[in-house]
Ligand binder design. Structure first.
Ligand code: ATP
Length: 342
């Protein structure tokens, strides 16, 4: 009996539509060849198309749809829709962990071609909790941590390291100055680390970690950061491996997960079938991995790496002429050729 998974597909705005179409072609090929599981797709609206149909960028219909599927592939939301859609998903489903693999791809002029680390960022607390006030000439945003928030992201980091066969988790902080937030979280980190004796635990100030990501990424394995600093570290990491067109991310909670390319809507390229869909295809790969289908997930990545090495999938940003859909079809074709087994 095949396992059955439901997958939500939300293209969103701008090039989200182009790249999610290509990534869906890949998931359809996965579905055709997978021996042990099948995927059932549920298409949903967010962004402009949702405003047109339901009057809101992140309508109740989409929230109900996500509840049915739990796992979603999302493109992008731009302009005034962005905050409502992205924050709406994160808040409604408590997607507290933002996971960004920083792994360079061949043929992409990465600054660090051997980078292979995972950044885990807390997604709901810290400075982005939006707690603060203005009192006359004083402007305050508070960095709010909760015991629950700290514990769950630390455990998530260690569990992810274990699941992904990683050896070490590096907690980043500024405990020496941020004595009310980072210091207690650092203590908690080492306390929880005792539950994971198979994984090494270390800590590092986040400015030092930013430099390591750029200069010596081989020192790092899984990097754990609170929200605002993790936001910066994630983009520093993305910059070292070729930038926006290549980096996927996952927003993961206990009951739902949303995978997306980290780029935005790039409106000037929307609906032209020229955007690079590799980040979206790798987001689909992360989704398959999250479902527990590791072999198929590895296969998708392998196909992408091989096609890039052979120079067969080069969109304009890589100096080539491949269209978005050609890249999706090339990856899908290779997956169909070899099936789910290596
Ligand atoms: P938004 O307002 O939604 O963030 P944006 O255009 O300001 O849109 P991004 O979509 O993140 O921001 O992209 C910035 C630039 O990076 C784009 O204008 C484009 O040049 C490039 N870019 C981003 N994603 C891709 C892609 N998938 N393929 C090709 N180029 C891309």
């Amino acid at each position: 009996m095949k396992k059955q998974y439901k997958v939500g597909i939300i293209p969103g705005d701008g090039i989200g539509r182009d790249v999610i179409r290509a990534a869906t072609t890949v998931l359809e090929a996965v579905n055709d060849v997978a021996e042990g599981f099948s995927l059932q797709f549920l298409r949903m609206e967010a962004g402009d198309s949702a405003v047109e149909k339901y009057g809101k960028p992140f309508p109740q219909e989409t929230i109900d749809g996500i509840r049915q599927v739990n796992n979603v592939l999302f493109g992008a939301a731009g302009g005034p829709n962005a905050a409502e859609v992205i924050q709406g998903m994160r808040r409604t489903f408590e997607l507290y962990a933002n996971v960004r693999p920083i792994k360079a791809l061949p043929g992409t002029k990465a600054l660090q071609p051997n980078s292979d680390l995972i950044i885990v960022r807390e997604n709901t607390e810290g400075l982005y909790r939006r707690v603060g006030y203005i009192d006359g000439d004083t402007y305050v945003n508070l960095r709010v941590f909760t015991r629950k928030g700290m514990e769950r992201i630390i455990r998530f980091g260690f569990n992810l390291a274990r699941r992904e066969g990683r050896k070490k988790v590096t907690f980043t902080h500024k405990a020496i100055l941020l004595t009310y937030t980072d210091r207690p979280m650092l203590e908690l980190f080492y306390e929880i680390a005792k539950e994971f004796p198979d994984i090494r635990a270390e800590d590092m100030e986040y400015d030092n970690c930013a430099m390591r990501i750029v200069m010596k990424p081989g020192d790092l394995d899984v990097v754990l950061a609170e929200n605002a600093n993790g936001d910066i570290l994630s983009d520093v990491g993305a910059g070292t491996i070729g930038g926006l067109g290549f980096v996927p991310g996952g927003n993961i909670g206990d009951t739902a997960a949303v995978f997306e390319p980290i780029h935005g809507t790039a409106p000037k390229y929307a609906d032209k079938n020229i955007a690079n869909p590799i980040a979206a295809i790798l987001a689909a790969k992360m989704l398959v991995n999250h479902l527990g289908e590791k072999e198929m997930s590895a296969r998708i990545e392998e196909v992408v790496r091989q096609l890039l090495t052979d120079g067969k999938i080069r969109t304009f940003d890589l100096g080539g002429t491949s269209s978005t859909s050609e890249v999706g079809e090339a990856v899908a074709q290779e997956i169909r050729k070899y099936g789910g087994k290596k």
